[in-house]
Design a protein around this ligand. Structure first.
Ligand code: NAD
Length: 445
C-alpha cells in the first residue's frame, strides 16, 4: 500500500520507516527543507536506536522523500499527520501545524484518501479536520481517522513494530477501518496485538488518559520518595512491595529527578486545560506537574547539601538527554539542573552518549566532553541525570579514583546504596538512605 507521512520528526520518520519495513511504499514530506535534505541523503536528523538500519534498508526504494506535498500524496491510500503540537503558555496545545498540514493535504489532492491524525491532539481535533474537509468540498472522498501514537523515544522502532495495542478512531465509515486494518495487518499478524476501534473522540481521549496516568505514576512515587526520606524508609523496598500487587505493577515507578521530554509535560498541561474548558476538575494533575518540576530543585538542593558552596566547584554531569536512547533535549531535567548549578557559580563538564553535540547550543557555558571519564576528572561531584546503561555499568572504583572528591548525586537511583557505601562514596539519591563518606545514614526528619 502507498502511504504518505506529513511531518518527518520523531514520530513521522519512525512510523514511515516501520511501514516501509512491513512492505508498504512510504513517501515522506516535511515543511523543514533542511530536514528533508538530510532525509533525502538517507540520514536521520536525530538519534533513535535501530532507525538508521531501517532507513539504510529502505531508503530510495520503499522509503522516499519529496519536497512537494502533492507528489508525496500521489497514489497514497492514507496520509499520516505527524507534525508537532507544542504547548502554548496557557497549557493548551498549538494546533497551527495540524491545521496547516490538513489544509495542505486537502488542497493537494481530491482523494480517495484517509487523513490519519497521529499527532497528539486535544479531543475534537479530528472533528475540526473533518470540518475543513467539508469546507473544501473534499468529504467523503477524503476521510479522517485518528491513530494516536504510543511509541517511546529510545525504543521507538521496537514500539512501532511490536506495539502493545493499536488504537484507531473512525467516523463511522467501515472502509476507513479496513484501510487502517490492512496497513497494520503485518504487525497484527506477527504480534497478535489488539486493534482497538473506537469513535474519533474516544481514540483521542485514550492517548491523553494514558499519558497523564503515566506522568501521575512518576510524580506519585517521587512524592512517596520524599516522604521516605523524612521518615527513614527506603523507597526501593517500598516500590518492590507495591509492584508485586498486580493491580499496581512494576512499571513507571522509578523515583528520581522526574520526567521530561516532548510529551508528558505538554500532554498533562493540555489534559488539565481541556478538562477545565468542559468544566471537569482534573486539578489533581496540577500536583503531578508541580511535584515533577520541584524534583529538579530537590536535586540541586542535594548537590548544595553535598558540596556546601557551588562557587568554584567542578561538577561532572552524566547524561543530558531526557531519557536514555535518545538525543532529545526537549524539557530535559538536565538542562534546568545544569543551568541552576552554573547560576550558583559551579563549573560543569557534561557527557551524554548521544545528546552531547545537540546540547552545545542549549548550554553555552557548559563544557561538553566526549566520554564519561573526562567529565569527572578532578570533579568535586558527579551528578547523574540520565540512566544510560553505560553509566549503570561504570567501573565505580575507577570513578572514585578519577574524581577529586568521591561525591555522587544520583538523579536516577542507578546504583545500590550498599555498593556506594562499600566503595567509600558520599552518595545522595531519591527516597533512600544517604551515604556519608562510606557510612549509610537514614535520613529522618
Ligand atoms: P517533531 O518536532 O520531532 O516532528 C514534527 C515534524 O513536523 C517536524 O519535522 C516539522 O518540521 C514538521 N512539520 C511541522 N509542520 C508541518 C507541516 N505543516 N507540514 C509538514 N511538516 C510539518 O515532533 P514529534 O516528536 O515527532 O511529535 C509529533 C507529534 O507526535 C506531537 O503531537 C507529539 O506530541 C506526538 N507524539 C510524540 C511522541 C514522541 O515520543 N516524540 C510520542 C507519541 C506522540
Amino acid at each position: 500500500m502507498k502511504v504518505a507521512i506529513v511531518g518527518c520528526g520523531h514520530v513521522g520518520l519512525v512510523t514511515g520507516a516501520a511501514f516501509a519495513e512491513i512492505g508498504h511504499h512510504v513517501v515522506g514530506y516535511d515543511s523543514d527543507r533542511a530536514k528533508l535534505e538530510m532525509l533525502g541523503r538517507g540520514e536521520s536528523p536525530f538519534y533513535e536506536p535501530g532507525l538508521d538500519e531501517l532507513i539504510a534498508r529502505h531508503h530510495g526504494a520503499n522509503l522516499t522523500f519529496r519536497d512537494n506535498i502533492a507528489d508525496a500524496l500521489q497514489g497514497a491510500v492514507a496520509a499520516f499527520i505527524c507534525v508537532g503540537t507544542p504547548s502554548r503558555p496557557d497549557g493548551r496545545l498549538s494546533l497551527t501545524y495540524v491545521e496547516q498540514a490538513t489544509r495542505d493535504i486537502t488542497r493537494a489532492t481530491d482523494g480517495p484518501l484517509v487523513i490519519v491524525e497521529k499527532s497528539t491532539v486535544p479531543v475534537h481535533t479530528a472533528q475540526r479536520i473533518l470540518a475543513v474537509l467539508r469546507e473544501e468540498g473534499k468529504f467523503p472522498a477524503i476521510e479522517v481517522a485518528t491513530n494516536p501514537e504510543f511509541l517511546r523515544e529510545g525504543s521507538a522502532v521496537r514500539d512501532m513494530l511490536q506495539p502493545d495495542r493499536i488504537v484507531v478512531g473512525i467516523a463511522g465509515n467501515g472502509e476507513t477501518e479496513s484501510v487502517l486494518r490492512e496497513l497494520y495487518s503485518p504487525i497484527l499478524e506477527q504480534t497478535g496485538c489488539e486493534f482497538i476501534v473506537t469513535d474519533l473522540e474516544t481514540a483521542e481521549m485514550i492517548k491523553h488518559a494514558s499519558n497523564s496516568f503515566l506522568a501521575m505514576k512518576v510524580s506519585y512515587i517521587n512524592a512517596v520518595a520524599r516522604l521516605c526520606e523524612k521518615v527513614g524508609a527506603n523507597v526501593d523496598a517500598v516500590v518492590r512491595g507495591m509492584s508485586l500487587d498486580p493491580r499496581i505493577g512494576p512499571h513507571h515507578l522509578f523515583p528520581g529527578v522526574g520526567y521530561g521530554g516532548s510529551c508528558f509535560p505538554k500532554d498533562v498541561a493540555n489534559f488539565i486545560a481541556q478538562a477545565e474548558e468542559f468544566g471537569v476538575d482534573l486539578s489533581f494533575l496540577d500536583a503531578v506537574r508541580r511535584i515533577n518540576s520541584e524534583q529538579r530543585e530537590v536535586l540541586v538542593a542535594k548537590v548544595k547539601h553535598a558540596l556546601w558552596n557551588l562557587e568554584g566547584k567542578m561538577i561532572g554531569v552524566w547524561g543530558i538527554a531526557f531519557k536514555p536512547g535518545t538525543d532529545d533535549l526537549r524539557e530535559a531535567p538536565a538542562i534546568d539542573v545544569i543551568r541552576a548549578m552554573e547560576a550558583e557559580g559551579a563549573r560543569v563538564r557534561a557527557y551524554d552518549p548521544a545528546a552531547g553535540p545537540v546540547a552545545k547550543a542549549e548550554l553555552p557555558r557548559t563544557e561538553i566532553v566526549a566520554d564519561a571519564q573526562t567529565a569527572i576528572e578532578g570533579a568535586d561531584a558527579l551528578v547523574v541525570m540520565t540512566e544510560w546503561p553505560e553509566f549503570r555499568d561504570a567501573d565505580l572504583s575507577r570513578v572514585r579514583e578519577t574524581m577529586r572528591r568521591p561525591v555522587v548525586v544520583d538523579g536516577r537511583n542507578i546504583w545500590p546504596v550498599e555498593t556506594m557505601a562499600e566503595l567509600g562514596f558520599t552518595y545522595y539519591s531519591f527516597g533512600r538512605p544517604d551515604v556519608a563518606a562510606g557510612e549509610i545514614r537514614k535520613t529522618t526528619g
